[in-house]
Design a protein around this ligand. Structure first.
Ligand code: SF4
Length: 375
């Protein structure tokens, strides 16, 4: 069981907080598609014939791609890989790219899940973030997607903005719930170096994010969404029954995946590869029949640390029996010892052989995981 990720490295404009790889030079889109089709051919053996369960168009802004490009990419993936009879095929889409004609065309092309970048239902927040859409477009996008027959919709929301009060955050959640999506992802705003937001804060043009407020809003999201039947199955992810993201869940279960496109990462169970994060060089190399990428082999210690990091983010938690089976009983005993302090401070709950973060522990997920890492 494996997944395929396609990184579409184009955006209409740069959101002020974003540090993903993308370019606002849209002129290269056709060349990118040609290069990507070549990469698919070059890497058709990477997954070693494993059945592909999920395909995910991420970015960047995949909804900018022409429908024919999406169709060509999917056709090529179907030709070159073994695809399960019931794959999850997701497309990240921004509200300003969505209309009934495109939605129907995406559906006909095989897309069966949309992850919509709503972020906020407040105009001022969208302007502050430099998003390309407005509130009306966001609402219409969700409604039109439902009307076009997409039953598996996910909405992205961002909390912890300097101007986002708890009351506004409650309203954002309620508005999202009222649109009846199958899945909601809530991300804390983070300030990454080299972003416009980072510079705005440095120049005191806006206030910095406040960790206490972010913590409050994280707990509000859990409370509000669980109250209406969403399962909090990963730190940022909430799903209605049976509607977890199969693609992201596969990452958290350390399954293999092939990442196509500039800056995309791949994992084959023992090593990792990452493509060059430069659209021009990515395209040029593939036109010459080569792929510009780097790779590393992962030591058992790296695999264990990744397992600690990802499993603690999930509802199922870290399975000590699995650690013992895969990495040795010594590692299990050592983990039990280091986790004791968090069990005592009620940040981790032990349920049989599982270590599971409590809601207060989830606020420190990365720090707790890092402190459990092996050297
Ligand atoms: S649309 Fe998404 S990828 Fe593009 S700049 Fe905004 S947040 Fe980043």
């Amino acid at each position: 069981m494996a997944g395929i990720y396609i990184h579409v490295p184009f955006c209409k404009q740069a959101c002020n907080y974003c540090n993903f790889h993308f370019s606002t030079n849209l002129a290269l889109q056709n060349d990118f598609t040609v290069a990507l089709l070549k990469e698919i051919e070059l890497r058709k053996t990477y997954l070693n014939q494993e059945t592909v369960e999920t395909i995910y168009f991420g970015g960047g802004t995949p909804s900018l791609l022409s429908v024919s490009a999406i169709r060509d990419i999917l056709n090529s993936i179907y030709r070159n890989f073994s695809i399960s009879p019931d794959p999850e095929i997701s497309l990240e889409s921004n509200p300003d790219d969505m209309d009934p004609v495109r939605l129907t065309a995406w559906k006909d092309a095989g897309i069966n899940r949309l992850s919509i970048g709503v972020q906020s239902f407040y105009e001022a927040d969208l302007i502050w973030m430099n998003r390309a859409h407005d509130v009306r477009q966001a609402e219409m996008a969700v409604e039109q997607a439902s009307s076009a027959g997409f039953s598996n919709l996910s909405l992205d929301l961002i909390y912890g903005l300097p101007e986002l009060t708890n009351e506004k955050w409650y309203e954002n959640l309620r508005k999202a719930i009222s649109l009846n999506p199958a899945h909601i992802s809530c991300y804390a705003l983070t300030v990454e170096p080299k972003t416009a937001l980072f510079n705005m804060i440095q120049m005191k043009k806006t206030t910095d994010v406040q960790p206490e407020k972010q913590a409050d809003q994280f707990l509000i999201a859990i409370q509000e969404l669980e109250a209406v039947g969403f399962e909090h199955y990963e730190i940022s992810s909430f799903a209605k029954l049976g509607k977890r993201s199969r693609h992201n869940s596969a990452y958290w279960q350390s399954k293999k995946y092939l990442g196509l496109g500039p800056a995309a990462h791949s994992f084959n169970g023992t090593g990792r590869q990452w493509n060059i994060a430069n659209n021009v060089l990515y395209i040029k190399a593939l036109m010459e029949g080569q792929l510009k990428m780097e790779s590393e082999n992962l030591l058992p210690r790296d695999l264990l640390n990744e397992y600690i990091m990802t499993s603690l983010r999930t509802k199922e938690g870290l399975d000590l029996q699995k650690v013992s089976d895969q990495f040795g009983n010594e590692k299990k005993l050592s983990l039990e010892k280091s986790a004791k302090q968090y069990i005592q401070s009620k940040k981790i709950e032990r349920k049989k052989e599982k270590l599971i973060l409590t809601n207060s522990g989830k606020l420190f997920a990365d720090g707790i995981a890092a402190s459990l890492f092996f050297d």
